[in-house]
Design a protein around this ligand. Structure first.
Ligand SMILES: CC(=O)SCCNC(=O)CCNC(=O)[C@H](O)C(C)(C)COP(=O)(O)OP(=O)(O)OC[C@H]1O[C@@H](n2cnc3c(N)ncnc32)[C@H](O)[C@@H]1OP(=O)(O)O
Length: 164
């Protein structure tokens, strides 16, 4: 039976195993193990008969803004609605947190479009918020801000936004 649930500390190994092949092709950014434990509360996983087959995270960036991150489904489980269930659960988390806009940076434009995301150009935040976000040490925030130093990581990705 398929179940979407909050991640537990014991899931981190399975999450890393899902993500690792995707970092080799730069679909997802490689992170150290400690980063997954530190951001564990952001994660949801999909379990199928006791096996973690998908993961995804929601990272809050500002008062009205969060980012979907690290969405990955094992190839053996793709095309069965697992990614859609995960994404919708993360959007529900965003609603629960009072978030109004959800950002993502992805090659999977059709998939995210089917879930109400639209490509955006330029900055998605006011200059004052941009200046505050510059103070973050988070690499994903740097990618959101489209800073020069992280551009090699985001080459070919599309910036997308969903309004809730
Ligand atoms: C912000 C970020 O994290 S960006 C990174 C996004 N992740 C990646 O690029 C990693 C590599 N890709 C993946 O892990 C997966 O392909 C994902 C996450 C993009 C999609 O996960 P999936 O579980 O395959 O998605 P899901 O099954 O919900 O939808 C995919 C397709 O299956 C179809 N589908 C959905 N439900 C079902 C179902 N019950 N039965 C059969 N097909 C279905 C959908 O119509 C959809 O069609 P499409 O390919 O034309 O869009």
């Amino acid at each position: 039976m398929i179940e979407v649930r909050r991640a537990r500390a014991g899931d981190v190994r399975a999450i890393r195993a899902l993500v690792e092949p995707l970092t080799a092709t730069r679909v997802l950014v490689a992170k150290d193990a400690v980063a997954y434990y530190e951001s564990l509360q952001q994660f949801r996983v999909v379990e199928d008969d006791g096996r973690v087959v998908g993961c995804g995270a929601l990272h809050v960036m500002w008062e009205d803004l969060a980012e979907v991150r690290t969405l990955a489904v094992h190839p053996s489980a793709s095309g069965q609605g697992v990614g859609s269930q995960l994404l919708e659960a993360l959007l529900d988390d965003a609603r629960d947190l009072g978030i109004k806009r959800v950002f993502c940076l992805t090659f999977e434009v059709d998939f995210f479009s089917r879930h109400g995301f639209e490509p955006i150009d330029g900055r998605a935040v006011e200059p004052e918020v941009y200046a505050e976000l510059l103070r973050s040490y988070d690499e994903g925030v740097a990618e959101f801000l489209d800073l020069e130093r992280v551009k090699p990581n985001t080459l070919g990705n599309t910036r997308m936004l969903r309004t809730l």
